[in-house]
Write a protein that binds this ligand. Sequence first.
Ligand code: SAM
Length: 237
Amino acid sequence: MDTVEIMDDPDCDPDMLRRTYANFRYVNAVVSGLRHTYRHDIRPLLSAEVPHTLLDIGSGGGDVARSLARWAARDGLRLAVTGIDPDARAHDYATSQPSLPGLTFRRALSSDLVAAGERFDIVLSNHVLHHLSAGELGGLLVDSERLSRALVLHGDIERAPLAYLGFGLGTWPFFRRSFIRDDGLTSIRRSFTRAELAASVPPGWTVHREVPYRLMLRWSAPPVTLTAARQTGRAHA
Ligand SMILES: C[S@@+](CC[C@H](N)C(=O)[O-])C[C@H]1O[C@@H](n2cnc3c(N)ncnc32)[C@H](O)[C@@H]1O
């Protein structure tokens, strides 16, 4: 990979970056498949009586964590959502938005939470994998296994010529005053194909293809019940 996203440059234009965080929610609404993930993978694990916890790693502007907290509350389900991001600019943007009950943002790396012995029922990320080097990807997967009592879901773009063309055409009239279009195209170039991602992950992880041009990397804790795992404080050795 010979190019990086503009937003990963610590010296990039702060106003453009702020608008990029603000625009993520429109892009995610179309391309992240988050609603599907919530309905099919997350909601079935939640309860109106028993509180559960969810960690969003690399929460950026915070819209994924925010949507999940809002949907669970709307469905009458008890879910505490924590978004983490080490980037001060992302953290500042996420915490500048209106607060929601059960939603917290922290400036931290996944490895910080592992070091502190923290655990969450569900761990996920959106559009983080393609930002990472091979070593960082391996570290993120180890961290997320350690942080999760039940389920890990890392969703990302799938690299494909039609995805590139579609994103390029679909965003052409919009997002001129943010990095959304340039970084989105770079992201597609940097992202994995299904075969590449499957070859990059350790045993126990599976890669599923979702629409439109999405890959979902999934890990489930060995089958002890979530309730038992929460009582003992661990779901796997
Ligand atoms: C493109 S942003 C994704 C934003 C958000 N998830 C979304 O979908 O809009 C990727 C973010 O991942 C963060 N990140 C990368 N590695 C991380 C790690 N190990 N722990 C926490 N955050 C991480 C970066 O700081 C960056 O802000």
